[in-house]
Design a protein around this ligand. Sequence first.
Ligand code: ATP
Ligand code: RIB
Length: 311
Amino acid sequence: MKKILLIGSANMDLSMNLFKVPEAGETLLDDGGIAYTPGGKGANSAVAFAKLGGECVFCTKLGRDVHGQKLFNYYKETGINTSFIKVDPEAPTGLAVVMKEADGNNRIVVYPGANRTLNNDNIIEAFKSNPDALYIGFEIPFNMALAAAKVASAKGVPIFVDAAPASKDYPLETLPPVEIFSPNETETFEYTGIMPKGTDSCLQAAYTLYNKVKAKYIVLKLGARGSFFYDGKHFDLIPSFRPDDVVDTTAAGDTFTAAMTLEYLRSGDIRSAMTYGSAAAAIAVSRKGAGASVPTAEEVLDFLNKRARKQ
Ligand code: ATP
Ligand code: RIB
């Protein structure tokens, strides 16, 4: 089994079920319910690796507070290797306010807290785990993601990038060569100025990214429409699976990219990796929560078998 070092963010999510988000200057009373649940783009992907049968070493920074303690315990219970999780003495654990509207849309604001304090020493130390692959995202400072990528590259460790959240100011061209670089629709727009809607604009956006990032594959996540890959010569749209029900799309992208990476490391085949990612994400959107919505390897296999029988 391949060992994946994930250097990324951890948040406690405060999820609020709202009929609608308030307008500027408006106060709303809404008793749709709230919950504190484990989240953070990095952590959600770490949970996905562990639940899907991967070996995941998670390097992140938590605060010395109740949220940090709860998250640490949760990662341990989930089977994540927590040896390189650090606690910052001052900054609080990252907090995300996830506002979910009745129509299924969500808006997320993240207070990064301890995620901002991840430093070079933490990264160098984490590579003592001797990983077979590095997985990074941008909910930690970009220069730390870049530093991790450079260490991996020097050691010949393949790199996978969940390119979220995005900023057009990120110097993507400074990243060393990566296997897969994967943004969602709005992130693609932020990086390229092109909204990937139809095949032409997907190809144009992927081509623009391919010329900026030294990636073997650009994989665009397109929500319910599926995902699109480009490798400099070939492109294809891998349609999503229709979920039994769409309950909560939080962490669909984190689940998709981790599941795709895991399957790619097993098979080396981008199409089957994207199909596997799509199945895992389709299950995740049919359940509440972020990390909590991620399926197990058995659930994904069962889902794929049932869908194959229907065809
Ligand atoms: P999030 O920010 O909610 O974690 P994202 O915006 O990063 O997600 P999406 O493009 O929305 O990522 O979703 C990633 C993948 O999940 C899609 O490529 C698709 O395979 C699957 N997916 C997302 N939403 C749906 C849906 N409504 N139905 C089926 N599959 C979906
Ligand atoms: O991708 C979903 C995640 O984004 C949430 O869990 C929240 O913590 C934010 O990081």
